[in-house]
Design a protein around this ligand. Structure first.
Ligand SMILES: C[S@@+](CC[C@H](N)C(=O)[O-])C[C@H]1O[C@@H](n2cnc3c(N)ncnc32)[C@H](O)[C@@H]1O
Length: 360
C-alpha cells in the first residue's frame, strides 16, 4: 500500500500514519488481524503503576461517555497472574478518567464491537493501543456457515498470497470445507477490498470519527475492480453440507458467480484444460480426523497429484508434518505459517509430467 515500514516485529509491522491511514488499512489489508494505534509505551512494574499511566492519557478526547469500551490484554509479568485483572485496571483507568471530565462513564464489557483498547505487558514493558479494527479483521462477515475446522479468513488470504495467486491461472480447491480459500482467492482475483464486506470497525466508535471521509473511501474502493479475465475457480468437498455452506458463504461475499462448486471425492475434482494451481487444506488430526484414515488420505493426495495434476503446481496446507510425509512427493518449498498456536506448513509441489514418488 506504499507505506514505509519503521519496524518489523514477529507478528506485525510498525508504520507512522494518521487515522485516515488506519481506516484505509482496515479496508484493504487482507492478511492482517488488527490495525492498532499506539497510545503509550512505558515501563510498568505493577498494576497500580499501570492504572496511573493509563489514567494520565486524555481518554475524554477519544471516547464519549455514551460509548461501550472493551479491553483486551496480553500479559506476561510477575506482578499479576490473571490478565483479566490487568484488563480491569486499564478499564477502570479509562472510565474514571472520562467520568472525571464528563461526570458519566462509558459502559464496558467483553464485546469487541465498539471502542477496543489493547494492552501488551511483557516483563516491565507495557504498550497501550486503540484497536481500530475492533473485532479481528479475519471476521469478514461472509462466513455465516462455518462448517467443520474452517480456516481463518486472513490465514486463507495469506496462503493464497503465498502461492502467488492473482486470478490469471485456474485454481482448483479440493476439500474446500466452508470455502474460505476459494472465496479469498475470488476476492483477490477481483481486486475487491475485504473491508467492504463489513460495516463495523473499532475506529467508528472513536470520538471525532469522520463518517464522510470513510464513506468516500468506501465509494472509491468499490470502483476498484480487476477488469481482466479471471481464470476458473473450482471448489469441491465430499460432504454435501460443506459445499452447501461454501456456496452460501460465497453468495454472502458476492463472489458465487466466480466459483464452480462440486460435491465429490477430492481425487474426482474436475480439472480445467489450462493448468494452474491446486490448493488443498486437508484435516490434520488436531481437531478432527483419525490418524490412520488420514495417513491413507495423504497417500491418495500424492497419487492424485501424480496422476491427475501433471503440469500443475500443487499446494498442501497442513499442521501435521508426519502426515505430510505420506504424500510421498518432493516439496519444492515449505512455507511456515501459524494457525493459532499450531505450527503449520504450506507445502509446494512442482508437478512435472512424469513426477515420481520419492520412494519409487
Ligand atoms: C480442514 S477441512 C477444510 C477447511 C476449509 N479450508 C475451510 O476453510 O473451511 C477439510 C475438509 O476436507 C473434506 N474431506 C475429507 N475427506 C475428503 C475426501 N476424501 N474428499 C473430499 N473432501 C474430503 C472434509 O469434508 C472437510 O470439509
Amino acid at each position: 500500500m506504499g507505506y514505509t515500514i519503521d519496524a518489523f516485529r514477529p507478528t506485525g509491522v510498525e508504520i507512522t500514519a494518521n487515522i485516515d491511514d488506519a481506516m484505509r488499512l482496515n479496508l484493504f489489508l487482507r492478511t492482517a488481524f488488527n490495525v492498532l494505534v499506539l497510545i503509550d509505551a512505558f515501563q510498568c512494574a505493577d498494576p497500580d503503576e499501570l492504572y496511573r499511566r493509563v489514567n494520565a492519557q486524555p481518554w475524554e478526547e477519544m471516547i464519549s461517555p455514551d460509548e461501550y469500551l472493551s479491553v483486551v490484554s496480553s500479559v506476561n509479568t510477575p506482578t499479576i497472574n490473571d490478565r483479566r485483572f490487568a484488563s480491569l485496571k486499564v478499564k477502570d483507568a479509562i472510565v474514571d478518567r472520562v467520568a472525571s471530565v464528563h461526570g458519566t462513564r462509558p459502559d464496558s464489557g467483553p464485546l469487541r464491537e465498539n471502542f477496543v483498547v489493547q494492552l501488551y505487558w511483557n516483563g516491565t514493558d507495557a504498550l497501550i493501543f486503540i484497536n481500530t479494527s475492533g473485532r479481528k479483521l479475519a471476521d469478514r462477515n461472509y462466513r455465516k456457515m462455518p462448517h467443520k475446522a474452517p480456516m481463518q479468513e486472513t490465514l486463507a488470504a495469506g496462503v493464497m498470497t503465498a502461492t502467488g495467486y492473482d486470478g490469471t491461472v485456474p485454481l482448483i480447491n479440493p476439500m474446500c470445507g466452508s470455502g474460505t480459500l476459494a472465496i479469498e482467492a475470488a476476492l483477490i482475483a477481483s481486486g475487491r477490498a475485504p473491508g467492504l464486506l463489513r460495516d463495523n470497525f473499532g475506529f467508528m466508535h472513536r470520538k471525532g470519527f469522520d463518517s464522510d471521509a470513510w464513506q468516500s473511501m468506501r465509494r472509491d474502493a468499490r470502483k476498484i475492480r480487476n477488469r481482466g479475465i479471471i481464470a476458473p475457480i473450482i471448489a469441491s468437498d465430499i460432504d454435501a453440507n460443506a459445499v452447501h455452506a461454501a456456496r452460501k458463504n460465497a453468495e454472502t461475499a458476492g463472489v458465487h458467480h466466480m466459483i464452480r462448486f462440486e460435491v465429490c471425492d477430492f481425487a474426482e475434482t474436475p480439472m480445467t484444460p489450462e493448468r494452474g494451481i491446486v490448493v488443498i487444506n486437508p484435516e490434520y488430526g488436531e481437531r478432527m480426523g483419525v490418524i490412520a484414515e488420514l495417513e491413507e488420505t495423504y497417500g491418495r493426495m500424492g497419487d492424485f497429484f501424480k496422476q491427475r495434476c501433471a503440469g500443475w503446481t500443487g499446494y498442501i496446507f497442513t499442521g501435521n508434518l508426519e502426515l505430510s510425509k505420506r504424500v510421498g512427493l518432493r516439496t519444492s518449498r515449505r512455507i511456515e505459517f501459524f494457525n493459532a498456536k499450531i505450527d503449520c506448513r504450506l507445502l509446494k509441489y512442482e508437478l512435472y509430467e512424469g513426477t515420481r514418488r520419492k520412494d519409487g
